[in-house]
Write a protein that binds this ligand. Structure first.
Ligand code: UT7
Length: 323
């Protein structure tokens, strides 16, 4: 059977770093509060004029180079973002043009912090049906542009960045010893849409708007939802936590990550944490973390990797793959 393997990854974060003490100059907060409640120590912030397409393009080029694949060999680009350059066209086509790709197709996918899981699952479907052989999946965000910098309950949490992977169709046996994506599970429940949202949009206010979040409410649902889709992944593959080599969760809050790992009995040394130096980069957080762990030698060929995310919508999902 056809499986979707990740054959290369790339990352990019803007050069400007904003520490917690820098934020102490912006809103009434402290390094201590931010570290204790979230685990975040610093985040990267896009320079003036630096856009989601700029970040995504850099990550995409790095992923193509890492995979040893030229843009001519890519059939499709899927960009996960909630902070596109423009309302339309899709930022994916902007990246497509910059990469010099005039064949195939490119589109954006929007599932906020779960965006990369939704985009990679979409890519997996296209590859397994034979629609595409190689897909570039990018998560890129400039959340700094939609933050209310007077709201200390949200502005300290997010950062900008991009990560990308090149997916390729490979032959598998159809069992869980295959390489590539073994199972994927997506969920959403729109009854929670006002717990984490942006208060603007083309069809409502005609403005871009700012991020609004009932943090405590999101936190309250997060661990249960994460556990739900991970258990679905275990059920589909016959794996359990003991089989997981690397747990690479969405990086929103270290307390949520720790609580999820604990509930699932995943040992702390198997958990990839980047929230301390990236903050919450929404759809970029998983490919950034995956790329970091793959390039520093933690994630090795044959390792079982569990990805999960939960965010606005609410949306949530998991992907279990063998590297
Ligand atoms: O990626 C999408 C998913 N998003 C998430 O997963 C975020 C989920 N939520 C969270 O991570 C946490 O709820 C937060 C980090 C947002 C907040 O942590 P918390 O432990 O839930 O704090 P809280 O909202 O209950 O606030 C505790 C106190 C409040 O003061 P009072 O009312 O107890 O006097 C806040 O006003 O902390 C105060 N506070 C702050 N203090 C200093 C809120 N933000 C700050 C701040 N600095 N930046």
């Amino acid at each position: 059977m056809i499986r979707t393997a990740i054959i290369g990854c790339g990352a990019y974060t803007p050069s400007r770093v904003m520490t917690n003490s820098d934020l102490e100059q912006v809103v009434e907060t402290t390094d201590d509060w931010i570290v204790q409640r979230t685990g975040i120590r610093l985040r990267h912030i896009a320079a003036e004029g630096e856009t989601t397409a700029d970040l995504g393009e850099r990550a995409a080029r790095a992923a193509l180079e890492d995979a040893g694949v030229s843009i001519d060999e890519i059939d499709l680009i899927i960009l996960a973002t909630s902070t596109p350059n423009h309302t339309f066209p899709a930022t994916a086509v902007e990246i497509q043009a910059r990469l010099g790709m005039q064949h195939g197709a490119a589109f954006d996918s929007q599932a906020v912090c779960s965006g990369f899981i939704f985009a990679l699952t979409t890519a997996d479907q296209y590859i397994r049906t034979g629609f595409a052989k190689r897909i570039l999946v990018i998560g890129a965000e400039t959340f700094s542009r939609i933050l209310d910098w007077n709201d200390r309950t949200t502005c300290v949490l997010f950062g900008d960045g991009a990560g990308a992977v090149v997916c390729e169709a490979i032959e598998g046996e159809g069992n869980s010893s295959d390489r590539g994506i073994l199972t994927a599970h997506l969920r959403s429940d729109g009854q929670f849409r006002d717990k984490l949202f942006v208060d603007g949009g083309p069809s409502t206010t005609g403005t871009v708007g700012h991020l609004r979040m009932e943090g405590r409410e999101v936190f309250r649902h997060a661990v249960g939802m994460i556990t739900d889709v991970i258990e679905a992944a275990y059920e589909a593959t016959g794996f359990d936590s003991g089989d997981i080599d690397w747990f690479i969760p969405h990086q929103a809050n270290k307390r949520i990550i720790d609580a999820s790992a604990k509930k699932l009995h995943i040992a702390p040394e198997k958990v990839v944490i980047t929230v301390d130096h990236h903050g919450n980069t929404s759809a970029a957080s998983i490919p950034l973390a995956l790329c970091e762990a793959a390039h520093d030698g933690r994630v090795k060929s044959g390792d079982v990797v569990l990805l999960e995310a939960m965010g606005g919508g609410f949306t949530w999902g998991s992907i279990l793959l063998r590297w």
